[in-house]
Design a protein around this ligand. Structure first.
Ligand code: PLP
Length: 431
């Protein structure tokens, strides 16, 4: 099985976190997102424990909530002692509505609106990560008008090539995010931030990409950032106190993926960081990480009902399901690979190779091509695995398909985290 929270019971049904997927379909219908709360919590702890045990607790793990944002998720994260990273007024609103401690929120985004900045300042968000100079000045003015001083970090492009898909690589110089080191832009931004009276520059941020399997790109990013913080100290006499190294650890989407335990990645980063600090006699910063995918990705799956199948001789077999790019656009966007299992016959051999097609009016609306699957017929249930991250959060109402429900499993018991949208929900804002 792909992840340790999956197994097959005596009836040959796929189970997640102790819950039978066929029972879930009976109760909640399809398409259905299912998330395993215990696994989410274990992932949160594995990150937090490394900071506690190997960095004297001088750090904060901020769950990158763009991976999966809803009130229940923020409640879980908060109860595990994590903060969260939010990237829009909407995510901030959801986090606050769930009772998240605003001081543990980090607000990101390369194109925040004045309204979003004001909202973040008024809510008392702990750290705002500034992406460009216009934003720095705008934020300073907003804070001035509110009579406060806000904590900011600057988003830096450390210029690291993390060998991942181009679309998810954001640390390179050609990126819409942040200030480049090489061009002097980053140093100029630090200089400007220090001069302003209503922002407090608490530290720097970088995020080198996503679905990364090696430790070295992360370790190198840590070294590059410490060297830059040292250069800032030399040139401006200010030793910045915090370093936020973003997210990015990869997860197992298919049997070919072989990710390291997340804790090992953090350990390697902390090791590189400590060495760099010793070498330069730079005080070890308070550290932040923002894992998203690795906290929720493997903890979720999506259940679909099969509507039909089409075998095109010498070409391929399509299996058609009752969802698609409207609930999982990742294949259409990045040709992301998934594994699938027939949830009601999970004990049988996967002896067919099929393409799973969605219900949207686009030829490119596929969940995946050349997937190995048990023979399926209409009314069978297909589970697409490791869909906990960037699925619900990227879902749309394309073709006016209502978004599926999200069910949370805890110790084998299920509960609704997000209700299925109704047709009435779809016309709520129509006039
Ligand atoms: C996307 C993103 C993350 C989370 O990345 P994962 O690959 O999901 O861990 C963290 N920080 C920032 C700034 C991001 O843009």
């Amino acid at each position: 099985m792909l992840t340790p929270n999956l197994n097959v019971n005596e009836e040959g049904h796929l189970c997640i976190g102790g819950a039978d997927c066929c029972d879930l379909v009976q109760q909640y219908g399809t398409p259905l997102y299912v998330m395993d709360e215990n696994m989410i919590r274990e992932n949160c702890r594995s990150y937090r424990d490394v900071i506690d045990q190997e960095y004297e607790g001088r750090g904060l793990i901020c769950y990158a909530s763009k991976a999966f944002s809803c009130k229940e998720m923020y409640r879980i994260v908060q109860s595990e002692g994590l903060g969260a990273d939010v990237v829009s007024g909407g995510e901030l609103y959801t986090a606050l509505a769930a009772g998240m401690d605003a001081s543990k929120l980090v607000f990101h985004g390369n194109s925040k609106t004045p309204h979003e900045l004001l909202y973040a300042v008024q809510a008392g968000v702990g750290r705002i990560v500034v992406d460009h100079l216009y934003e720095l000045d705008r934020l300073n003015q907003i804070a001035k008008a509110q009579g406060v001083k806000v904590n900011v970090m600057l988003r830096i492009k450390p210029g690291i090539d993390a060998h991942t898909h181009d679309f998810v690589q954001t640390g390179k110089i050609d990126s819409k995010f942040g200030f480049a080191l090489e061009t002097g832009e980053a140093m100029e931004a630090v200089h400007r931030a220090i001069q302003l009276h209503h922002v407090h520059l608490c530290g720097l941020h970088c995020h080198i990409g996503s679905q990364i399997f090696e430790t070295e790109p992360f370790a190198e990013a840590a070294r590059v950032m410490i060297r830059f913080m040292d250069a800032v100290r030399d040139q401006m006499g200010v030793a910045l106190e915090e370093l936020n190294l973003g997210g990015g650890p990869g997860i197992k989407y298919t049997m070919e993926d072989d990710p390291l335990p997340f804790a090992d990645i953090i350990r390697a980063i902390l090791c590189a960081l400590s060495e760099a600090c010793e070498e330069l006699r730079f005080p070890k910063p308070f550290i932040l990480f923002e894992p998203g995918r690795s906290i929720v990705g493997g903890a979720g799956l999506t259940l679909y009902s099969v509507m039909g199948r089409k075998t095109i001789p010498n070409v391929r077999t399509y299996v058609l399901v009752d969802g698609g790019m409207c609930d999982n656009p990742r294949y259409a966007l990045y040709q992301s690979k998934y594994e699938a299992i027939c949830a009601n016959r999970a004990d049988r051999p996967a002896n067919e190779t099929v393409t799973i097609g969605g219900k949207c009016c686009e030829s490119g609306d596929l969940i995946g091509e050349d997937l190995h699957l048990q023979h399926v017929e209409p009314d069978d249930i297909i589970a697409v695995l490791a869909t906990g991250a960037y699925n619900y959060s990227m879902a749309s109402n394309y073709n006016r398909n209502p978004r599926p429900a999200v069910v949370m499993i805890k110790d084998g018991e299920s509960r609704i985290a997000i209700e299925r949208e109704s047709y009435a929900d779809l016309i709520l804002n129509d006039r």
